[in-house]
Design a protein around this ligand. Sequence first.
Ligand SMILES: [Mg+2]
Length: 124
Amino acid sequence: MTEEKQIFIVEDNEKNLELFKAVLGTIPNINISTSITGKEGLQYLKTNYLDIIILDIQLPDMNGIDICKELRKLDKYKKTPILAVTSFAMKGDKERILEAGFNDYIPKPLQIKEFRESVIKYLE
Ligand SMILES: [Mg+2]
């Protein structure tokens, strides 16, 4: 029996969130939970355990970089894959994201095949 992996997505744009869920929903043996706000998302992550976390960087209440830094302070999330999704494309943005503790960086607009493959890679 294969154990179901728990994925969590924080994304404030509902269209993007629907797209993420549609793409990741095609991966077998996963369960997807979501939040459209940073603070609620962080609270959920603190009180539950998730196997892989996808964070939008630009959120209205708390950005993805600060969420990632908070998560990395917790023992249970020291090694959990945390992926950033963002349309930031300025020089230095990728470095700033990786320094915050993210494993990887997924650019918007989303390249569906690459996005799905990145998530599968981190699920293994
Ligand atoms: Mg956003």
